[in-house]
Design a protein around this ligand. Structure first.
Ligand code: PLP
Length: 421
């Protein structure tokens, strides 16, 4: 029901009913029994509030979306101003916000990454990157890594490394080869004369927060250059300061031929995705400027949000903060690990992209359930349910980290009592 002020007014029971009958009955059950039997009604900074006014520290962070927290004032202001001017593009005129956004993103890159294409999500960015690589090279093969996650549209799914999401929807796109993550020699062997590109996440997110081993991405860059293969870095989750630098690849001193972004790019206010590429990757557009398009991609509202987001991230040195607070967060989690070595196997990550691997898969669900009762949001990684991820807003304060870790420890203690006799 829509009220006169434009808000949707209903109840939790009515929303649950809508999920059951008009959205996704199984998802409805999953949400109900994972501890999140509540509606998200309001959000600000690192906090989300449910319909009863309960306040949660958002450590799930929308799977990496909320780098600036919720409703960052600078982004909200930019989007509101743009809303009053022109929200969506006609696509027949030049679009000032789009131009500025592309120029600003390119200014943050090296390695000849100069051109941008804007879309609305991570999977769309991957679709575009696959197309550009194939057309640019006139070749088919795309190499990706086992346990990777690049999205759930057909092309993105084809290069993703987890079979469960592919079940029943084949045939997927042809000539995709998957190799172990972190193994440069496997890449060398998988490249043939028909190879267009290699796609990899600098830190595998949904695979369980697995950081590229030392020297790996440098070797990837070398091999791709030598063999004339495009190197695509999927920074949909790692980008926008999350791992301690604006782009994660900067930590390995390499630049890919294409870099994909989404999640945090819209500042937690607008959905925005992007591909940034070199002149070589952009060859298909020279031949046909409309070879790849998106009706909504690059709209003024999205670009206003992205521009404001980039200004906040760079102006407030949020990558530096992610590095410092990430170290603090991981140190605290490792203290919990020391106290519960029979529950927690490892704490790992970069910046504020942190994974806690449990000894057994069954512990994860119980800990997340207990965390929700302690009013901290948490989720496991999609490809590895043994790993609970912490991806809070980069603006989180140390005392909020302390509170989140205290709730996590209580959840671990409760889980131990339940499972370990
Ligand atoms: N690439 C990576 C590395 C991701 O983590 C995700 C989503 O989790 C995607 C792509 C897909 O993004 P979206 O869900 O916006 O389509």
């Amino acid at each position: 029901m829509i009220e006169t002020d434009g808000r949707v007014k209903t109840s939790l029971a009515s929303t649950e009913d809508a999920y059951k009958h008009h959205l996704n009955p199984s998802l409805s059950r999953l949400l109900k029994f994972s501890g999140y039997y509540a509606e998200e009604c309001h959000a600000e900074g690192v906090y989300v509030y449910d319909e009863k006014g309960n306040r949660y520290i958002d450590c799930a962070g929308g799977y990496g979306v909320f780098v600036l927290g919720h409703r960052h004032p600078a982004v909200v202001k930019a989007v509101k101003a743009q809303l009053d001017q022109m929200p969506l593009s006609t696509k027949v005129f030049f679009n000032r916000q789009l131009g500025e956004c592309a120029r600003r993103l390119a200014s943050l890159c090296g390695g000849g990454l100069q051109y941008c294409f804007f879309c609305n999500s991570g999977a769309e960015a991957i679709e575009g990157a696959i197309k550009l690589a194939r057309i640019s090279k006139g070749k088919h093969r795309i190499i990706s890594t086992i346990n990777s996650f690049h999205g759930k549209t057909l092309g993105a799914l084809s290069v993703s490394g987890r079979d469960i999401y592919k079940k029943g929807c084949g045939p997927l796109i042809e000539d995709v080869v998957q190799i172990p993550f972190g193994d440069a020699e496997a890449l060398r062997s998988a490249i043939n004369d028909n190879t267009a590109a290699f796609i990899v996440e600098p830190v595998q997110g949904e695979g369980g927060i697995i950081v590229s081993p030392d020297g790996y991405l440098q070797e990837v860059r070398k091999i791709c250059t030598e063999r004339g293969v495009l190197f695509i870095a999927d920074e949909v989750q790692t980008g926008m300061g999350r791992t301690g630098t604006f782009f994660a690849v900067e930590q390995w001193n390499v630049w890919p031929d294409m870099l994909t972004l989404a999640k945090g790019l819209g500042g937690g206010v607008m959905p925005v995705g992007a591909i940034i590429g070199t002149a070589e990757a952009w060859k298909p557009f020279q031949e046909n400027p409309l070879i790849h398009t998106s009706t909504f991609g690059g709209n003024q509202l999205a670009c206003a949000a992205a521009l404001a987001t980039i200004e906040v991230i760079t102006g407030e040195n949020l990558p530096g903060r992610a590095e410092e607070h990430g170290k603090y967060f991981m140190a605290k989690l490792r203290e919990v690990q020391e106290r519960y070595p029979d529950i927690i196997a490892e704490v790992r990550g970069r910046g504020l992209m942190i994974g806690v691997e449990m000894i057994r898969e069954s512990y994860g669900g119980s800990i997340i359930f207990e965390m929700s009762r302690g009013r901290v949001t948490g989720v496991y990684t999609l490809n590895n349910q043994k790993v609970i991820r912490f991806e809070p807003p980069l603006i989180i304060e140390k005392n909020e980290i302390d509170q989140a870790v205290a709730v996590f420890e209580k959840a671990v203690e409760k889980t131990k009592k339940t499972f370990v006799k």
